[in-house]
Structures are given as structure tokens and as C-alpha cells.
Write a protein that binds this ligand. Structure first.
Ligand SMILES: [Zn+2]
Length: 123
């Protein structure tokens, strides 16, 4: 087994994580505000059946997007926690160092590529 995070620039990955985290949090905040304003508009409406349907569909779609973003936010928060504890970039399954190139694309990655494919298959 190799030494912890040796040769990996975790500081730059940390910056990347923080940036993604802030962006995602902002997106979630904006979507929630949008959803809230839509609900208000819906309540204030005359209750036209077609309008109600449209609002409901848009809200469901938005809810899905918001949920996906919240999941992503949770992944980013978990990764920031791992950054603090010094385990960022280590595969949770085989403890191998995840390549920097993979972390630059997916700084929240918890598994190396071979393990990820195994985890995905068993999901
Ligand atoms: Zn692994």
C-alpha cells in the first residue's frame, strides 16, 4: 500500500471541491426560491385545471433536479469532510490512491475506477 495522498495535490482538489460545493449550494438555493415563488403563484391563481397541471409537472421536474443537486451537494460535503480528515482521494474499497486526473474531474470520487465499476454493478 502506498503512503497517504503522496504526490497528490490535495490543496488544489480542495479548492475545486469548495468551488463546486458553493456553486451547487447556490443552485439548490435558487431552485428552492424558484419553487417557492411558483407555489405562491399557483395559490394565487384562479385554479384553472390546465394551469394547475402545468405547475404540477414543472414542480415535479424541478423537485427531481433539486433532489439530484442535493445528492451532489451531500457528496461534495462528504468529500470536504474527507479532505479535513486526510482521507480524500483514497479508495474506500481497496484503499488505493485515486489518480489525480480522476479527482480533477470528480473530486468527490470515493472509489478508484475498477472499484467504481464493481460498486456500480452491485447497486
Ligand atoms: Zn479501489
Amino acid at each position: 500500500m502506498t503512503a497517504v495522498a503522496e504526490g497528490v495535490d490535495t490543496a488544489s482538489i480542495g479548492l475545486l471541491l469548495q468551488q463546486r460545493h458553493d456553486e451547487t449550494a447556490e443552485q439548490v438555493r435558487r431552485l428552492r426560491a424558484q419553487a417557492a415563488s411558483m407555489l405562491v403563484a399557483h395559490d394565487a391563481g384562479a385554479g384553472d385545471a390546465a394551469d394547475v397541471g402545468t405547475v404540477a409537472a414543472e414542480t415535479a421536474e424541478q423537485a427531481m433536479v433539486t433532489m439530484a443537486l442535493q445528492e451532489q451537494l451531500a457528496r461534495l460535503q462528504a468529500a470536504l469532510g474527507r479532505l479535513d480528515s486526510g482521507t480524500l482521494g483514497r479508495c474506500e474499497r481497496c484503499a488505493v490512491q485515486i489518480p489525480l486526473t480522476r479527482l480533477q474531474i470528480m473530486p468527490w470520487a470515493t472509489h478508484c475506477v475498477p472499484c467504481q465499476s464493481i460498486v456500480d454493478r452491485h447497486r
